[in-house]
Design a protein around this ligand. Structure first.
Ligand SMILES: [Cu+2]
Length: 190
């Protein structure tokens, strides 16, 4: 009886683990943990798309996200976003983005993000997840897939109900598109 119960519990536990892993949509490479990479559907002629995720460094030394590649776009760049004279500006971080030792960085429409530059076709809502290879200075490369959210989404929905929308609340930026195409075309000469 006892062993029967135990094996049922073990089977249920394994099933629950599998289910949560599928929902959570996460990856590991070296000491870097990548949680729920996602992007947003884009307008038909959009030249760029953002990619967002949470990066966690479980190592004792800092690492850097230095870029990536995808079949969907010509280039994958690391960008920062900051307010300058009341205007949101995006900038390419050519040295990459540091993930501190035992630190956590969130890439989001309102801050640091990856930019898929030179889209070969638009990102379609409800389309297949987009394969992207991420490159870290120390941890190396890892293949991930971007879940696709609706156009204009500010926070992912899948598996992140606990903190959906937290990055925009109270910031006064809720009406601001995370990826303003006009501000991007303004930096195309970089
Ligand atoms: Cu950008």
């Amino acid at each position: 009886m006892m062993s029967f119960r135990k094996s049922v519990a073990a089977a249920l536990g394994a099933a629950a683990l599998l289910a949560s892993a599928a929902l959570a949509h996460e990856y590991d490479v070296g000491k870097i943990h990548i949680d729920h990479p996602w992007t947003r559907a884009t307008p038909a002629s959009a030249p760029v798309a953002g990619a967002y995720m949470v990066l966690e460094n479980n190592g004792d030394t800092p690492d850097r996200l230095i870029g990536g590649s995808t079949p969907l776009a010509k280039d994958v760049q690391v960008h920062s976003m900051s307010m300058e004279n009341g205007v949101m500006k995006m900038r390419q971080l050519t040295d990459g983005l540091e993930i501190p030792a035992h630190g956590k960085i969130e890439l989001s429409p309102a801050g640091f993000h990856l930019m898929l530059v030179g889209l070969k076709h638009p990102v379609e809502a409800g389309g297949k997840r987009i394969p992207v290879t991420l490159t870290f200075e120390k941890a190396g490369t890892v293949n991930v897939e971007l879940a696709i959210e609706k156009m204009g989404t500010t926070a992912p929905t899948a598996g992140h109900g606990d903190h959906a929308g937290h990055d925009m609340s109270g910031s006064g930026m809720s009406g601001m598109p995370g990826h303003d195409m006009s501000s991007h075309s303004g930096t195309s000469g970089m």
